[in-house]
Structure formats: structure tokens, C-alpha cells
Design a protein around this ligand. Structure first.
Ligand code: C5P
Length: 215
């Protein structure tokens, strides 16, 4: 395992990616966005016509993708465009994908394998501090009100109406928090940061001061 694992979990659009990229740069950490893998599986399911409610075939699809990509590549493949992976249809399908225990086990395994090749890393997701790396050196749980997260997402992606983006944020919160396998919850030892009333720099300041002590 790496010397340092920083786990960053939290609901959709809480600022995980933006802060992780900045911290990775500042503290020279390998960075992994674990949600991307769930999105790749969802995107391929839609493209290949695998119904996302069909667990067995989703798992078969995942194994096929792993085979085609020789495992590691599925995490970091450059073949996929951000716009494709973040489309509204993938946003819906990914919640189905993330519910399937057998898929989660495979993604967890991939993330752990990736981390083994890092000396220090920062990983964002929903279950990094709780399931994937329960012994992570530092655990952050980033959150903000749904309304603020929807506004930030809208500013960032400039797609759709505020009402639609807010609905999607609330729907994904519900799906991520209420699923039976690896639901989204803060780890007991996570540092929770509610960013609703904070600027990006304030959030980064808080996270950096924690990292300075142990990274
Ligand atoms: O982080 P992002 O919003 O791209 O993640 C997309 C979806 O993938 C989440 O809504 C969640 O259902 C799932 N996910 C997960 N566990 C992770 C990362 C993402 O279940 N570690």
C-alpha cells in the first residue's frame, strides 16, 4: 500500500474533483477519480444496449471491458470524453451501476491495485474512506446544500436548467445514500467540511492545513 492515501468522499457536485486536483498538484499526489469508472461502465452499457437494471449482464459487460482494457486501463482510459461520461443519461444510468455489489467489488479491486503503484495518492469517490481504504491517512467528507451544489455544477457545465440540475443532484444524493451496498456516509474518522458558505480557497485552505500536518 502507498505511504499516504487521502480519501475524499461526498455527494455529487460537492467540489471533490476541483479540490482533489489542486491538492494533488500542491502535495504531489497521484490522483484518481473513482466515479469515472462507474461512469465508463454506465456509458458502455448504454452504448451497447445492456439494460442498466440487468445486474447479471452489467457484470458480464464489466468483465468484458476489463478484458478488453487489460484491467488498469479502465480506470484511467483516455478513450472517453468528459462530455460523454457526464451526459444526463449517464448520470441516471450510473446510479443503477453503482448499486451492483459485484461491480463495486471489481472497481474497488481496480482502485486498490492502482494505489499500490503510488507512493502518495488522493482518491475521490463515495466509499473511499469507508470501504476501499478504511485505513486512509486522511479522510475528508465534502458536502454542501443541494441548492449550492446545483448552482456550482451549472456554472461549471453550463448545461440544462437550474431546476433540472437540482433535481439530478437530489436524485443522486438519494440513490447514493440509500443503496444497500456501500452507501454514501461519512467515515467515523472523516473530517467533514460543509462548503455551502465557503469559497473554493477557504475549502482548499482547510484541506491543505490538514494535509500539511500529515502528507
Ligand atoms: O463522482 P461522480 O459523480 O462522477 O460519480 C458518479 C456516480 O458513481 C455516483 O453518483 C455514485 O453513484 C457512483 N460512485 C460510487 N462510488 C464511488 C464513486 C462513484 O458509487 N467511489
Amino acid at each position: 500500500t502507498p505511504d499516504v492515501v487521502v480519501a475524499v468522499d461526498g455527494p455529487a457536485a460537492a467540489g471533490k474533483t476541483t479540490t482533489c486536483v489542486a491538492l494533488a498538484d500542491r502535495f504531489r499526489l497521484g490522483y484518481l477519480e473513482s466515479g469515472r469508472t462507474y461512469r465508463v461502465i454506465a456509458f458502455e452499457a448504454l452504448r451497447r444496449g445492456v439494460p442498466t437494471g440487468d445486474r447479471e449482464n452489467l457484470v458480464a459487460l464489466c468483465d468484458e471491458l476489463l478484458h478488453e482494457s487489460r484491467d488498469q486501463d479502465l480506470l484511467t482510459s483516455e478513450r472517453y470524453q468528459a462530455a460523454d461520461l457526464r451526459s444526463p443519461s449517464v448520470n441516471v444510468a450510473v446510479s443503477d451501476v453503482a448499486r451492483v455489489d459485484e461491480l463495486r467489488k471489481r472497481v474497488t479491486q481496480l482502485v486498490r491495485l492502482w494505489a499500490q503503484r503510488q507512493v502518495r495518492c488522493i482518491i475521490e469517490g463515495r466509499d473511499i474512506g469507508t470501504v476501499v481504504f478504511p485505513s486512509a491517512s486522511i479522510k475528508f467528507y465534502l458536502t454542501a446544500s443541494p441548492e449550492v451544489r446545483a448552482l456550482r455544477r451549472l456554472e461549471q457545465e453550463r448545461r440544462g436548467s437550474y431546476e433540472d440540475v437540482l433535481k439530478d443532484v437530489i436524485r443522486r444524493d438519494r440513490a447514493d445514500m440509500s443503496r444497500t451496498v456501500s452507501p454514501l456516509v461519512p467515515a467515523d474518522d472523516a473530517i467533514t467540511i460543509d462548503t455551502t458558505e465557503l469559497t473554493l480557497n477557504e475549502v482548499l485552505g482547510q484541506m491543505s492545513s490538514v494535509c500539511e500536518r500529515s502528507v
